[in-house]
Design a protein around this ligand. Structure first.
Ligand SMILES: Cc1cc2nc3c(=O)[nH]c(=O)nc-3n(C[C@H](O)[C@H](O)[C@H](O)COP(=O)(O)O)c2cc1C
Length: 240
């Protein structure tokens, strides 16, 4: 591992000093990271008038091209002073109504959404040189939907969801492990673990969806859909 790192560094910066300080190399070389984007054209004539159908097509391609977590997206929220924060969550469903993810309602994101339900979701699919940006309003999924998804998860994930006061300070990892052990003893039948009331889904109802396709010489394609007053969608090309 270390040898291949050194080989990689030598290829870029043959100076002795840099080789003995791989960390300094990372800071100095980040500006040198560069690639050409040569994605397929994204043209007005070929995009679907419905952005959810367009997303479905792109998501299918992402799921084929990306081995791990094609459904990973950055969820951005704002606090009560308008300060933004972002974190990765997993998309667990989508359709005409919107985009669904699951989390802890009392986490930092949960509290921020309670204060301001306007959120953004961002997918980055580097293998396809594509990005999708979604902006909309988050609402809790129904209890039935949250129950159904909670009970579809492996037992270990259900225990951890119940044991973890997400986003709170904890004294140690051991404390969390003890909480999970206690729950395992309490629920000998792991299928009986109920969904904690503070754990469930959010549905993000989209108001804007933008598709970005990397193109040659950074002259990228951007098609941005917004909801029009009669609840349909219209799209426009944006400059890259
Ligand atoms: C690939 C990946 C997937 C994740 N998926 C979820 C998820 O679906 N739900 C969730 O609550 N946290 C998920 N997380 C953890 C969040 O990024 C974050 O650490 C956690 O939700 C706490 O965020 P908060 O303190 O801002 O509320 C994921 C992290 C990664 C790296």
């Amino acid at each position: 591992m270390y040898k291949s790192l050194i080989r990689f560094i030598k290829r870029w910066l043959p100076g002795r000093d840099e080789v003995s300080h791989p960390r300094r190399f990372a800071r100095q070389s980040v500006a040198m990271l560069r690639r050409e984007y040569q994605g397929k054209p994204l043209e007005e004539e070929h995009v679907d008038p419905d952005p959810i159908v367009q997303f479905e097509g792109w998501f299918e391609e992402a799921a084929r091209a990306i081995r791990d977590d094609p459904n990973a997206m950055v969820l951005s929220t704002v606090d009560d002073k308008g300060r933004p924060s972002g974190r990765t969550v997993l998309l667990k469903g989508f359709g005409e109504e919107g985009f669904i993810f699951y989390t802890n309602y009392e986490s930092r994101k949960g509290k921020e959404i309670a204060g301001n339900p306007h959120v953004a979701l961002t997918f980055n699919w580097p293998e396809l040189m594509r990005q999708v940006r979604i902006e909309g309003v988050a609402e809790k999924t129904t209890e039935e939907q949250s129950d159904a998804y909670f009970h579809s998860r492996p037992a270990g994930s259900r225990i951890s969801a119940a044991a973890s006061p997400q986003s709170m300070v904890v004294a140690s990892r051991r404390e969390l492990e003890e909480r999970t052990r206690e729950l395992e003893q309490q629920y000998r039948n792991l299928d009986a673990i109920p969904r904690p009331p503070n754990w469930g889904g959010y549905l993000v109802r989209p108001e804007l969806i933008e598709f970005w396709q990397g193109r040659v010489n950074r002259l990228h394609d951007r098609i941005c859909y917004t909801r029009n007053p009669d609840d349909g969608w219209e799209f426009k090309r944006l400059a890259p």
